[in-house]
Design a protein around this ligand. Sequence first.
Ligand code: NAG
Ligand code: NAG
Length: 219
Amino acid sequence: MASEPLLLLLALWALVAPARPGPAGDGGWRRGGPAAAAEEEHCTVERRADLTYAEFVQHYAFLRPVILQGLTDNSKFRALCSRERLLASFGERVVRLSTANTYSYRKVDLPFQEYVEQLLHPQDPTSLGNDTLYFFGDNNFTEWASLFRHYSPPPFGLLDTTPAYSFGIAGAGSGVPFHWHGPGYSEVIYGRKVLYFPDRWWHATLNLDTSVFISTFLG
Ligand SMILES: *[C@@H]1O[C@H](CO)[C@@H](O)[C@H](O)[C@H]1NC(C)=O
Ligand SMILES: *[C@@H]1O[C@H](CO)[C@@H](O)[C@H](O)[C@H]1NC(C)=O
């Protein structure tokens, strides 16, 4: 275990300023309701644009998280991730949901359309992680290949690691309590920034609004 948990709350939506607010910029995922949680004003994670690979390795890869800006252009992937297009392409596909607690064990399979239309609503803030079903990870990369081949992962790899994707969509107010795992990236699709998290960096996630995101775990 890491000796001193970094008490940082990673608010996925707060990492990004939506490219354009409103129906075009949010892919149809924000359905007009108020955000379930207020945005923190103060974010202590460094933000870097135009970072070189050498700087990344020296200052961040093994030391601290960083928000990377302007790293890749995923506009095609983003367009394919609109609510309408994902439902048209994958509505009937069965997705595997997990509970949102740290050590998730309960799994539920149901059609993607049913998840989006019936379960993807703002969470009651008092609901427990183990009672919240969440679509993140457990992706079928064969069935969803036509989508994932358009994703450009962050280009900075780490020696002896292979990237693995986890894709998800979650409702406002959902998230995962404090936990850690190996290093990797988390990219919010309706945004323009990528968070890098080092190995065993303690964090929690909170989706301030309905969020579409993809993580690239380097393991
Ligand atoms: C979730 O955790 C609470 C508190 O530990 C427990 O009372 C409840 O039964 C759990 N729910 C499920 C679905 O496991
Ligand atoms: C992914 O989908 C394919 C085609 O429907 C199926 O044959 C395969 O078992 C699925 N893989 C997993 C890991 O669910």
